[in-house]
Design a protein around this ligand. Structure first.
Ligand code: ITT
Length: 198
């Protein structure tokens, strides 16, 4: 396991919600965290078959372009009654970037129909890559239940539909402190912090 000795990294993501959460969780550590938008980094094609493969593509591309360690997050919502779809295709499921997440969530709810099983999990693969091509991988999950109609306006993406186990409100209603302590991203970041910053 390679430790991060550099004092500056780039987050290889163009998703502002992810950037905000990752910057908050990494704030107590003494590292300067830059964003991909800030450094004008390109968006490589995500043609992997797993969260880890896609995170690796993004991290390696950003590390080479920025010439500094890059931390990428590939994540998604896995709905159990739909065989874990949309999964790695969550950002492409009914084109939420074009049609909005309310529409994607409505489609998801329609697909579920009258299924009694509303369980789901968010998955997050984190890969840190160095400019020399070395990578380290971490995976986190959070289990929960999907509700409809969506509730709350915090967070991003599918948060208004997702009630994490042990809570009665969605990630979009709960405080960012709670989401950032129990989420898939928080769980993966805790592993990264322990392994690479500890
Ligand atoms: P980058 O590739 O630039 O990181 P992206 O948004 O395309 O940005 P992904 O390919 O990893 O990122 O897709 C993740 C999808 O899963 C996207 O639609 C998110 O909205 C959703 N998602 C991931 N984490 C989430 C979270 O914490 N809350 C709600 N939705 C989430």
């Amino acid at each position: 396991m390679r430790k991060l000795i550099e004092k500056e990294i780039v987050l290889a993501t163009h998703n502002k919600g992810k950037v905000a959460e990752m910057q908050t969780i990494l704030a107590p550590f003494n590292i300067k965290v830059r964003s991909a938008d800030e450094l004008n980094l390109s968006e490589p094609e995500e043609n992997g078959k797993t969260f880890i493969e896609n995170a690796k593509i993004k991290a390696l591309c950003a590390a080479k372009e920025a010439n500094m360690p890059a931390l990428a997050d590939d994540s998604g919502l896995c709905v159990h009654a739909l065989n874990n779809r949309p999964g790695i295709y969550s950002a492409r499921y009914n084109e939420p970037k074009k049609n909005g997440f309310p529409y994607a969530m409505e489609c998801l709810n329609k697909e579920l129909g009258d299924s009694q099983d509303r369980s789901a999990h968010f998955a997050c693969a984190l890969v840190i890559a160095w400019p020399d091509g070395h990578t380290e991988e971490f995976e986190g999950q959070v289990q929960g239940t999907l509700c409809f109609p969506p509730q709350g306006d915090k967070g991003f993406g599918y948060d208004p539909m997702f009630v994490p186990n042990g809570y009665k409100e969605t990630f979009a209603q709960l405080s960012s402190e709670i989401k950032n302590s129990v989420s898939h991203r928080a769980n993966a970041l805790k592993m990264f912090i322990k392994a690479c910053l500890g």
